[in-house]
Design a protein around this ligand. Sequence first.
Ligand code: FCB
Length: 460
Amino acid sequence: MGPGDGAAKSAGADQQQRAPELAPIAALRRDFIWGVSTSSFQIEGATREDGRGPSVWDTYCQTGQVANHDTGDVACEHYHRYREDIALMQRLGVQAYRFSVAWPRVLPQGRGTPNERGLAFYDRLIDAILAAGIEPWLCLYHWDMPQALDDLGGWTTRDCVRWFADYAALVADRYGDRVKRFATFNEPSIFTLFGHGFGTRDTSDKLHRIIHHVNLSHGAAVDAVRARVPGSSIGAIHNVQSCEPSTPADAPAADRCDIYWNRAYPDPQCLGSYPTLLQAAIEPHMQPGDLARIHRPIDWFGLNHYSPTFVKADASARLGFGFGDQPPNIAKTPIGWPIMPDAFRDILLTVAKHYELPVYVLENGLGGHDKPDVTGAVIDNERIAYLRAYIAAMNDAVSAGADIRGYFVWSLLDNFEWDSGYGVRFGLTYIDYPTQRRTPKASFHWYRDLIKAARGQPEP
Ligand code: FCB
């Protein structure tokens, strides 16, 4: 038991919490899945071990542009401590764990000869997840493209479709006997917009080529997995957040942002067409039959949601929009993200209706600057309040008719938060990076109690 365990551990606290937590989940299905999510680059570390090749994020970290010059070299040492982390999940009582495979760990050059030692790591990981009674949800791509492929053009070249399909086939062949839940991409709009959409420098229109090639890669991977894994359940994971104009005059800019942020991927993948605004820009990259290649049958919609985005018109920006001011006096997380659970409810209803697929919330959580108190406990009451409000909003969406089947907190552990490095913490578990000691935060205990109550509750 870690020092944080004292925080919410007293029997009294347990009793007080359990009963009231049932109200915000009363409408959820009996077989609702509670889980946690992570991603390879953010937790694994061991970037140069056992034959792993470099990824674009290793390269980017070397440029020193990440806060505090942080890198993913060590991260949470999950590569070596995965058993400890799975034991944490068992304590939480989650039914499912979403993780990603690092493409350059299993294919150091991105294609060609697989790396047996890298493949064997995920064998061990998956076996341990299953032995813990937890269902593995495997995401193929959470942003760590092999550097060798980026050097060949990465997502800008149509060759990436074949590379990604071959990688998907390798993963499906190797793990498909044990893994049935597969996601193709995590948040394609975020890695493409932040890589090539915002800013002013991209004069070669990489963005629209990339959008189309990633969509084609999704379709090819769905086919590759489906053909190899009997009983597979496949989806993609999208970040959907409402785009709100900062002032009434910014409404057209907010609409444009909505198309690029929220619809450029799910629309062709789930509906078979690009939003009208994008069609002319995609057209030069389109070949006959492409929309059918992208629009492959999938089983669910993976939704990541944190907060709405406030947008302003910006004539100097590549796409004519940028981040605008947030309204004054709104509640915000410690890292300044608006707390608006009603917007989450609305997004869930919109997504469920528009795409007519069962929805799994595969990321939601609060980023902060958590610190242990003098006793060593990490009392993250703000995170508990956020999760409670967002789960209640999800319950409201279900009551209003949305087909939502699962909820995964981002994240099991504090981890490498991209450009913010290790300074921003999203975990239910605190990581003391110098010692790698794991301390469950108060929110860990709260989530454990919620899951326990939810799984024990009678049929509605
Ligand atoms: C999402 C990413 C995830 C994490 C959270 C906070 O956009 O998918 O890796 O960084 O944000």
